[in-house]
Design a protein around this ligand. Structure first.
Ligand code: HC0
Ligand code: SF4
Length: 575
């Protein structure tokens, strides 16, 4: 143990503890901007500087370890003045139009400048003027970048993608797209992790809320909305609601108050996905054991995460024929809404305006794929809103969600099972798929918790389950860096699996790039627990028992993998 004094308090901590953590252990919060635990401990912003007796220069608290007998002053005059000057330098290169910034009120630079009492800037402004393409779902404004390097680290180390780089050095240093490319021409997976880890408004998602407001006002349109599984864990966070208040039923109320005609659940189509994907897996296994089946390659990969699909297309295109052809639940929902449901309502599909609320940025690009359209060429999903956008719409509509009653979702596309709701947490798609694959293979339900071995936040999990006498080797990875490790191990012959679930974002959709932002705080684990809790309490925990899914098969698709199902619910991922 190391004993030191911080701000006149005796502190005892293990060796190799940073000054930042030692101070935090006794409740002293040293401000930071660039710091991200284990990922970005570079001391670039110099905001966490503290004074250490006997050392002339101030030291960064985030990447200097404590020493026995050290005497630290975290807020001495010298430290305070330097911290303030460092933030003033950052502001001299910053577009401080806070009122028109997507992160206004949720920006670490804005809060810090305010906390430090910066009301006037002693330096002239130098702005770069660089803005990326406003039509692409991910948008960069370099004049809001503080060169903290977090986006570089998260994209390279966690997401194995390396879109960003530091260009030039010293006072000309700038973070930009590596290789000078247009952002839309890079391998960006659109996972949005650089957005949720940016301390300011330098990175944001495209805002599509006006298109939805316009449609809601259009008397000719029938506006329906689907709510993704992970949205119910997070939509209330920026509205000051507790998890208990922020139920999907209360969100349904808010959406109806905003003018939506029908509020449905992506859980419905997550159950539909399980029927199609589970049947596809069993079909592949069966075909592989038949003569000529040696060409069928394993593992089969899940296809529901569009960040993963973008990644596999750009990094491992040779694996595309091993990715399930099932469309994602978002897109299955869109296809059902503009065919089966339009018919049920007796309206032309062009009258339907279909919105989805997702914790995801890549879903915006998925909905715009040329393959995700109906017969007339109209998109199956017209607009994808992130959770941040829908929260903005609720505020802009002056809706006090906490005062609204809970309301049931609409029938029949508002019905989902416990197996569907866990899609939003890593391991959930696999767990749900195995529950129904077991039923499809044996005609009997397994214990709904029989496949719980794939749950949890380990980056790469593997298990072998017995499926009607056949051992099924499965793996689950979340975060594209973990996906890359898994694929490289497969290629090297170090592992082999039958079925693999991959989600681009750490923790799965609960940690998605379209979720509310809490700087420096990872909430994926907590939000995931909400989903596992909803599953445990659900009256139905098997996708094949979803009455609406049964209805849609009986009335419209016939069976999983039928001709109509193949046409509307599957894709070859070539677009
Ligand atoms: Fe997800 Fe999905 S689980 S990708 O994370 O499969 O975004 O929540 O909606 O489509 O269902 C996101 C979340 C979805 C889809 C579902 C899948
Ligand atoms: Fe990298 Fe994801 Fe950001 Fe794209 S969205 S630049 S892949 S972190």
């Amino acid at each position: 143990m190391v004993k030191l004094i911080i701000d006149d308090r005796v502190v005892e901590v293990p060796e190799h503890t940073t000054i930042l953590d030692a101070a935090a252990s006794v409740g002293i919060k040293i401000p930071t901007l660039c710091y991200l635990r284990d990922l970005n401990e570079v001391g670039a912003c110099r905001v966490c500087v503290v004074e250490v007796e006997g050392i002339d220069q101030l030291v960064a608290a985030c990447n200097n370890y404590v020493l026995d007998g050290m005497i630290v002053h975290t807020n001495s005059r010298k430290a305070r003045i330097a911290r303030k000057a460092n933030v003033e330098f950052l502001l001299s290169q910053h577009d401080s139009e806070c009122t028109s910034c997507a992160r206004s009120g949720n920006c670490s630079l804005q809060s810090l400048a305010n906390d430090l009492g910066i009301t006037d800037l002693p330096y002239p402004k130098h702005l770069e003027g660089f803005r990326s393409d406003p039509a692409f779902p991910l948008i960069r404004n370099n004049d809001k970048c503080i060169k903290c390097l977090r986006c570089i680290q998260i994209c390279e180390k966690v997401q194995a993608t390396g879109v960003w780089d530091l260009t030039s050095r010293a006072s000309h240093a700038s973070v930009n797209v590596a290789g000078g490319k247009e952002l839309s021409q890079t391998d960006c997976a659109l996972c949005g992790q650089c957005i949720t880890h940016c301390p300011t408004g330098a990175l944001r998602a495209r805002d599509d809320t006006e298109r939805v407001f316009d449609a809601l006002e259009d008397q000719e349109k029938i506006c329906l909305v689907q709510i993704a599984p992970a949205v119910r864990t997070s939509w209330g966070e920026s509205l000051g609601l507790t998890h208990e208040q922020a139920t999907v039923e209360r969100l349904a109320s808010a959406l109806r108050a905003m003018g939506f005609d029908y509020v449905f659940d992506t859980n419905f189509s997550a159950d539909l996905t399980i029927m199609e994907e589970g049947s596809e897996l069993l079909e592949r296994i069966k075909k592989a054991s038949e003569p000529g089946g040696e060409d069928i390659k394993f593992p089969m990969f899940t296809s529901c995460c569009p960040g993963w699909i973008r990644y596999v297309k750009s990094h491992y295109p040779e694996l595309l024929d091993q990715v399930s052809t099932s469309k994602s639940p978002q897109q299955m929902f869109g296809a059902v809404a503009k065919t089966y449901y339009a018919h049920a309502l007796g309206v032309d599909p062009s009258k339907i305006f279909s919105v989805s609320i997702m914790p995801c940025v890549a879903k915006k690009a998925e909905a715009a794929l040329p393959t995700m359209v109906g017969e007339t060429g109209d998109p199956d999903v017209d607009v994808v809103l992130t959770v941040r956008e829908v929260d903005r719409m609720i505020r802009a509509s002056h809706i006090d969600a906490s005062a609204l009653p809970e309301q049931e979702l609409d029938q029949p596309l508002g019905v989902g099972t416990g197996a569907a709701v866990i899609f939003g947490a890593t391991g959930g798609v696999m767990d749900a798929a195995l529950r129904s694959a077991y039923f499809l293979a044996t005609g009997e339900n397994p214990d709904p918790d029989a496949f719980s071995g794939v749950r949890g936040l380990d980056g790469w999990k593997e298990k072998t389950f017995d499926l009607a006498g056949t051992p099924l080797r499965v793996a689950v990875a979340h975060g594209l860096g973990n996906a890359r490790k898994l694929i490289e191990a497969l290629r090297a012959g170090e592992v082999s699996y039958d079925f693999v679930e991959i989600m681009a974002c750490p923790g799965g959709c609960v940690g998605g790039g379209g979720q509310p932002i809490h700087d420096g705080c990872e909430l994926a684990g907590e939000r995931g627990d909400v989903l596992w809790g909803l599953d445990a309490q659900a009256p139905i925990r098997f996708s094949h028992e979803n009455p609406s899914v049964k209805l849609v098969y009986d009335d419209f698709f016939g069976n999983p993998l039928s001709e109509r199902a193949e046409e509307l619910l599957h894709t070859d991922h070539t677009a």
